[in-house]
Design a protein. Structure first.
Length: 430
């Protein structure tokens, strides 16, 4: 008995078992399991560099080649076909559904107003690209309006028009202007859509290029970092870059973009202490443990559809963690699943699926229809994950979570299947 107890205690310390009487099935709040150090300490190769800077650059090129939503901004063309742009803008399929504004069903007349605001009749045969930089955290919208439209009258969480958020300092190619002149249609590093013109500042191509590829920069490694620019508190989310102007003994001078009254870019120089724990000089080394540590910075944060609530949804949790190490992925889960990387197709029994997942690098991404998760490690061949979860089902009942949490894969989906049995693809981005 004593030997068995000693062996059990050793297994607990090594992270292989849970203490007697502790259950961590489903969503767990057991303190060690929601602490990143538990998972990084048992990750034997967690501090091994997966790709160096050249390897990261080469992998990003593969991602761009595999992802239609990700042009190479460094070599973005000066003109584009007007017909091609019209095709992109005129995807109004989202308006085919019943939608609600302030709890009231949206009329067809209102939908037609939104279509007309896209101003496609004004697009010339050849579109000259203009250049701009975001000056604050900026919503990318499916249509040129800031008003939220929802699939259910009482919903306030899932705005159907919300695509994603861009951080301050993001370079965007401006391709078109809405009929009322208040929105620009832009191409960002991994997304295109409508942004408020008041959230971007126009500039020349050379200046714009310095934001596309800054020579020296800080990367935000916390969930967020705030700077005060031009009297405004500006939020940078994890993975955002702050270009460096100069380096002093105990501070960095960074460049923050500001919009003048005329809508032009102005560079404001701000000091960031070298001791600031929320930022890192250059990208973090691409290691498994750095991915885990970054993802856990969002633990307990609210679920933010399309980056709303200054937080993350399932795919942006993965996207942000990877961009801290310099890997730039597509924004949406379905596009992440289809892009470059070392893939494992998941099939077979629960045991077979769990066995495949348990051999993955912690930090690998797991994909199913409509959701993705980050694998963080396993206990007795039970895989655990961190993910931004809206809801799951229990005995046929919808259970809303709306936060970033840690769980195994036993949670049920609307089909009644567990997440484990609905997973389709596991990807190590390397």
């Amino acid at each position: 008995m004593r030997l068995a107890k000693l062996l059990y205690t050793a297994a607990v310390v090594c992270g292989l078992l849970l203490p007697l009487g502790v259950s961590a099935a489903g969503i767990t709040n057991y303190p060690p399991l929601v602490n990143p150090s538990h998972w990084t300490e048992q990750n034997k190769s967690g501090d091994t560099v997966i790709l160096d800077a050249k390897g990261v650059a080469a992998f990003n090129a593969k991602v761009r080649a595999a992802s239609r939503s990700m042009p190479d901004l460094a070599n973005y063309p000066a003109t584009m076909s007007g017909d091609a742009l019209k095709t992109r803008i005129m995807d109004y399929s989202i308006l085919d559904d019943d939608l609600y504004l302030h709890g009231n069903k949206v009329s067809e007349n209102y939908k037609n107003i939104l279509r007309k605001q896209s101003n496609v009749s004004a697009i010339p045969k050849s579109v000259g690209v203009q250049y701009a930089v975001t000056v604050r955290r900026t919503a990318v919208r499916a249509l040129p309006t800031g008003e939220g439209l929802y699939y259910y009258a009482g919903d306030r969480d899932f705005d159907a028009l919300q695509e994603t958020m861009l951080d301050p300092g993001e370079p965007v190619a401006v391709l078109h202007t809405s009929a009322n002149g208040y929105f620009y249609y832009v191409q960002a590093v991994n997304y295109s859509g409508w942004v408020s013109k008041y959230n971007v500042a126009m500039t020349d191509k050379n200046t714009w290029s310095s934001f596309v590829k800054p020579q020296k920069f800080l990367v935000v490694t916390d969930a967020e970092y705030n700077l005060k620019t031009d009297g405004e508190q500006v939020l940078y989310q994890q993975g955002a870059r702050l270009p460096i102007d100069s380096v002093q003994s105990d501070t960095y001078t960074v460049i923050a973009p500001v919009r003048t009254k005329a809508g032009q870019l102005q560079k404001q120089k701000l000091l960031v202490p070298k001791a600031a724990s929320a930022v890192h000089y250059g990208y973090l080394p691409y290691t498994s443990n750095n991915l885990l540590s970054s993802a856990f910075k969002f633990y307990g944060k609210p679920y933010g559809w399309g980056g709303l609530k200054n937080s993350v949804d399932c795919s942006s949790l993965v996207f942000n963690a990877y961009r801290t190490v310099g890997i730039v992925l597509p924004r949406n889960a379905d596009q992440q699943e289809l892009t470059a990387g070392t893939k494992k197709q998941l099939s077979g029994s629960s045991q077979e699926r769990a066995a495949v997942i348990s051999k993955l690098m912690p930090g690998a991404a797991l994909y199913m229809d409509g959701h993705c998760l980050m694998y963080i490690g396993n206990i007795n061949q039970t895989p655990y994950t961190i993910h931004a979860l809206g809801s799951y089902f229990s005995k046929g009942r919808l259970m809303r979570e709306m936060k970033v949490l840690v769980s195994d894969l036993s949670l049920q989906r609307s089909s009644g299947n567990t997440m484990l049995n609905e997973l389709q693809t596991a990807i190590e981005y390397k």
